[in-house]
Design a protein around this ligand. Structure first.
Ligand SMILES: *[C@@H]1O[C@H](CO)[C@@H](O)[C@H](O)[C@H]1NC(C)=O
Ligand SMILES: *[C@@H]1O[C@H](CO)[C@@H](O)[C@H](O)[C@H]1NC(C)=O
Ligand SMILES: *[C@@H]1O[C@H](CO)[C@@H](O)[C@H](O)[C@H]1NC(C)=O
Ligand SMILES: *[C@@H]1O[C@H](CO)[C@@H](O)[C@H](O)[C@H]1NC(C)=O
Ligand SMILES: *[C@@H]1O[C@H](CO)[C@@H](O)[C@H](O)[C@H]1NC(C)=O
Length: 503
């Protein structure tokens, strides 16, 4: 199979070359394929199914120059200039006692030392810098960071720059892939930036990638023009009571499920709330339609983070995104919530409102929220024939009650006390966390419904409990019971414009 594929590609490849290089092709093919290319077939060819002749030339040339006989004319005929060859290291040599001293020649960089996403102030003397960095560098090496504040007029006067150690936080619990998320806390001994200036981050590998070299990259992380700093921000009461920091949205999401989620949570969190949504490719045109009315009302801000896809981190770099959100909006909200768009926060209405819950927890920097796991396919037989008109949390009414399972929790924080955050909780903050929130607040999780464009109801049942595939479920109509209120709230707030939304 693989061999055949290679052969096919090889033919296509040669054909491409022939189209442009005409008679040169014979010489080229002869030199390249016969002399050297054969051993490179698998890696070269998987990359170059759509190669142009110039790629072909490039792949041959290093070999050609090694056997520099009749091929110099071909080298000069190659249109694009080649990247400079790496500095050659001395050839292997035989040293005393007949020992052969071998050499190792590094070429290129596989993962960046630092990919800057953002930097924000956390006060008059403190900043957070968010980025990605090569994961093996952090796991096996000891990269270090220095922060430098350069005043706006440093070059024209005697004003000096201030330097401090950058404390790195790795908030992703070892979940990274090629890249891991890094938050660098730069705290200077005294206030900086009155009069403008810039924050430089010096990122040093300390020999992590090559013991012989300590590469330091200097990155301009933040620029402040003179007069742009507003110190009162850090002490003013926040604009919002509640801010939702969404994780990376990806995939073919159901516009109807997003519609339901938004109406439900705008109603729950109220007038003084805001929702920050991150589009990693999930906000396709139909999803945009349901976001628009809420964006127009000022409830939703959408960030396009698709470019992060270039860098392979855990789940569309969600750890980077939530930390950016934390620091970007840190002074805008009293409480920040972190959960997903297939999850619905619920406060038992008769007893309290979201405000009474958060007020009762105001002595804590963080509280976590217990999960109620809902079936993504069991519905009521009384809904037969009506399921397509019902909302997701209206019709999916069976709760998984399997015991002894550790279920993920979600959380909320008072962001001014938080320095870095995760997906299920923050581990870098000042103050206390409480997990004892049962009976006060919980969330319903409809896993597997959000990226499903078909009707979720697969099995219609009429009992109060049922076991399916070994999992016991009980009927739980808590969410179904408030669907009417949510539908009316949506109509009252944005009218009927989303009425035709599809699953
Ligand atoms: C290749 O060319 C270099 C300089 O152009 C020359 O010194 C060397 O001897 C040549 N090698 C062969 C194998 O002809
Ligand atoms: C950096 O860390 C210090 C001490 O842990 C903290 O007081 C400060 O708020 C942090 N800065 C930011 C921007 O998170
Ligand atoms: C540099 O900036 C500081 C603070 O804004 C100011 O006091 C000082 O006069 C400036 N110096 C020059 C040479 O512009
Ligand atoms: C690497 O360079 C940085 C910045 O100059 C320095 O702080 C660090 O100590 C150096 N590390 C080593 C191992 O020399
Ligand atoms: C419940 O469903 C079963 C089979 O699906 C049916 O035989 C029974 O009549 C139903 N009971 C009610 C009360 O609808």
């Amino acid at each position: 199979m693989a061999k055949e594929r290679e052969k096919k590609m090889f033919v296509g490849f040669a054909w491409n070359c022939a189209a442009e290089l005409k008679f040169l092709i014979t010489a080229l093919l002869f030199v390249c394929s016969v002399a050297t290319v054969l051993q490179f077939l698998p890696s070269r060819f998987s990359l170059s199914s759509s190669s142009t002749s110039s790629d072909f030339l490039r792949s041959c040339l290093p070999k050609i120059t090694l056997s520099n006989s009749s091929t110099t004319t071909i080298a000069t005929a190659a249109p694009p200039p080649l990247p400079p060859p790496p500095t050659p290291s001395p050839p292997d040599e035989v040293v005393e006692n007949g020992i052969i001293k071998r050499n190792f020649n590094p070429h290129g960089d596989a993962a960046y030392n630092f990919v800057l996403m953002s930097a924000y102030r956390g006060g008059l003397n403190t900043f957070a810098v968010m980025g990605l960095s090569s994961k093996p560098l952090h796991v096996f090496g000891k990269p270090s960071y220095q922060c430098e504040w350069v005043p706006h007029n440093a070059t024209t006067s005697t004003t000096t720059t201030t330097t401090t150690v950058g404390h790195k936080i790795l908030p992703d619990w070892g979940y990274g892939r090629v890249y891991t998320t890094v938050v660098i806390n730069c705290t200077f001994p005294s206030p900086v930036g009155h009069g403008g200036g810039k924050l430089l981050l010096h990122a040093s590998t300390n020999g992590g990638g090559d013991r012989n070299s300590n590469t330091t990259d200097t990155i301009e992380a933040l620029f402040e023009s003179p007069g742009s700093l507003n110190p009162s921000l850090f002490a003013s009461p926040p604009k919002y009571d509640y801010l939702y920091c969404g994780s990376s949205l990806y995939g073919d999401l159901s516009p109807q499920r997003i519609r339901e989620w938004l109406a439900y949570h705008v109603r729950l969190f109220g007038e003084r709330s805001h929702f920050v949504i991150h589009d990693a490719g999930g906000a396709h045109p139909e999803v945009m339609e349901v976001l628009k009315p809420w964006m127009e009302k000022g409830f939703v801000t959408l960030h396009d983070i698709r470019e992060q896809e270039r860098f392979d981190g855990y789940y569309h770099n969600q750890f980077l995104i939530v930390n950016d959100c934390l620091h970007r909006y840190r002074f805008d909200a009293k409480w920040m919530f972190f959960f997903d768009v297939d999850e619905f926060i619920f406060v038992p209405r008769k007893r309290s409102s979201i405000k009474s819950v958060t007020d009762s927890l105001s002595g804590y920097t963080q509280f976590t929220i217990e999960q109620m796991t809902m079936s993504s396919k069991l519905c009521l037989s009384e809904d037969t024939g009506k399921t397509s008109r019902k909302w997701g949390f209206e019709k999916l009414v069976y709760r998984d009650v399997k015991r002894g399972i550790r279920r993920d929790r979600k959380y909320a924080v008072q962001p001014r006390n938080v320095f870095a955050t995760g997906v299920h909780m923050s581990q870098n903050f000042a103050g206390k966390t409480t997990y004892k929130t049962e009976g006060r607040i919980k969330y319903f999780h409809y896993h597997g419904t959000i990226a499903e464009r078909h009707e979720p109801c697969r099995q219609l049942v009429n009992t109060t409990d049922i076991t399916v595939d070994g999992i016991p479920y009980v009927l739980d109509t808590t969410m179904r019971g408030i669907t009417g209120l949510v539908k009316r709230f949506e109509q009252k707030t944005i009218g009927h414009r989303l009425q035709r939304t599809r699953q």
